[in-house]
Design a protein around this ligand. Sequence first.
Ligand code: MOS
Length: 709
Amino acid sequence: MTTTTPRPATAAGAVGTAHPRVEGLEKVTGAARYAAEFPLPGLAHGWLVVSRVARGRIRSIETGPVLAMPGVLAVLHHGNAPRLNTDFEGLFGRPDQTAAVFQHDRVPHAGWPVALIVAETPEQARAAAESLTVTYDEEPHDIAFTADRPDACTVDDHMPGVTEKGDLEAELAASAAVVDAEYTTPEEHHAMMEPHAATARWEDGRLDLLDSNQGTTRVQRELAGLFALDPAGIRVRSEHIGGGFGSKGLRAHQVAAAMAARVLDRPVRVVLTRRQMFSLTGHRSPTVQRVRLGAGADGRLRALEHRSLNRTSTVHEFLEPAAIPARVMYDADAHRTAMEMVRLDVPSPTWMRAPGEAPGSFALESALDELAEKLGLDPIELRLRNDPERGPVSGLPFAGRNLAACFREGARRFGWAGRDPRPGVRREGRWLLGTGTAAASFGAGAGPSTATLTAEPDGTFTVRIAAADIGTGARTALTLVAADALKVTPDRVRVRIGDSAFGPAMIAGGSTGTRSWSWAVMAAAEELRERLALAPDIPAEGITVRADTTEALGTLSQKERHSFGAQFAEVAVDPATGEVRVRRMLGIFAAGRIVNPLTARSQLVGGMTWGLSMALHEEGVRDRAFGGLYGGDLAGYHIASHADVPAIEADWVDDPDPEDPVGIKGIGEIGIVGAAAAVANAVWHATGVRHRHLPIRPDRVIAAGAPDA
Ligand code: MOS
């Protein structure tokens, strides 16, 4: 038996100091195993076959010839697959039924999973998948996403679809300046580095899944629903994840792997190809948005209307809530937001980094810039004059709203003062130069989580929590939080995550992960310190305490809780070639207490880079004739690469949330919010031409013409 007394950490504590990733060495040496990298005896390999038609019914699947191919063990399809229970609620509503594979003969979109080939090697499975003959009774499909769809409908999806107050038309009529514009954003894809992969094993009726996901609790619960099992009979592990961005929930491949493992009574691994990821793992829906703004000569908004329409599949209702920023950012005497969707024969969209805010802020923050131009007001000044004291729709007070501080600090560091407001006047050789700005916000939430904390006899501490580190540095952040809570140095804390056996916890999503899990770790640490104060002797098995934040979260005050930010961009535009180069970007954020500046900066810069990519490059283009994507892979889908990314700097102002035990708000998504608008506003400033349709491709810049010299 060893006795230990926690050793005090440095006076300043670990939270707030730059700390490299605790698993960094494992990752760079290849010791860290990702979902498809675990060697397992008897492992069989599954390969999905996806539909080539966009709508219809499967007429036949000729399994005979492929079953005779080398190594092929089974072909699963709607005619022979185990039946699933599809009628259940997941942690976040009814899950996307794309994951309920092989339950019927309907094909709702191109790239729909129709069969799984299982073989001894991935190559054998792939060869069989490529030679499987599937015939279809094809039906006409409809993928035409336009602003005037008569079948668009409003839904209340965790939030009201429509909010309104005041007389919009009257206020617009009485306004000194009015903007009425339509903005569009295209289909966009997550394109994380690590493909989706899962390995399933059954033992004594219990399912064991090695996976790459954003929340083992969520995947466990949804698998339990589908297979009609007690969640306790399912263990999901996801230790290292090469990016998620909203796409790594329960998908077709985990379910197909679990089915095949049960049928064959062998472990089965299914890895998605990059092309399959483009149809099976969600994407950001395209949007059509209309913004109407009216303001008095003083810049005060009298009217604000933001309407958005997104596209979803026929199997899942997914609302891309693009009008959310208007409900948070600006008030007006007449204020209306409305969000609609239309169901088409396309794959299901899903959450993608800042769902709602990313496309919504492009439209709203572009419209604000247009209004500033019409009023002859500086774009920052216009935003400051419309910085509300309460939630424009909720009427609730803000739990901190340091947007003005972000703009002040950003303007100073970016060198905004003295900017010539006229567009198209700065030149450098063939380049036209311009600068732009935009505001950002993203909700700061937390979800119920449990954590266990063990005081080990050797003086170290072990945290166990079903958290997910999707590349954010969550494991490291929790190490720092636990160290401070225990008043020890971080080297005495080990954090184990990514295992549903650790008890239920929030997903890495909605920018809520670190806040949700830290809360549970803080609560567990508090209890452990009390226990150690009473009985400092630690037995050989250690002392373990467990905390659950469900009750504490229920007592949080009703407030508008958000992170805020100010985005700045400088661009150079060559009107002859249509080339737009971003020269520099700066983002200043008020995003709660920053736990680890090293990984936080990286995450914010990553989001801003994505905003640049969204502004200039990313666009999934569907072929009307076959309903699938042109170039649905990383060769055809253009993402900003190193050469496109200039000096990007992210920083923050002091903004701790007084109601959070650590002061955290959340930084996962806000980096992308407003970034595309800042770039588009800079392109206007450079050229005098408004680009309301993303991406701002060279052909669009050329078509817009050069400004008068
Ligand atoms: Mo995020 S889009 O909530 O992973």
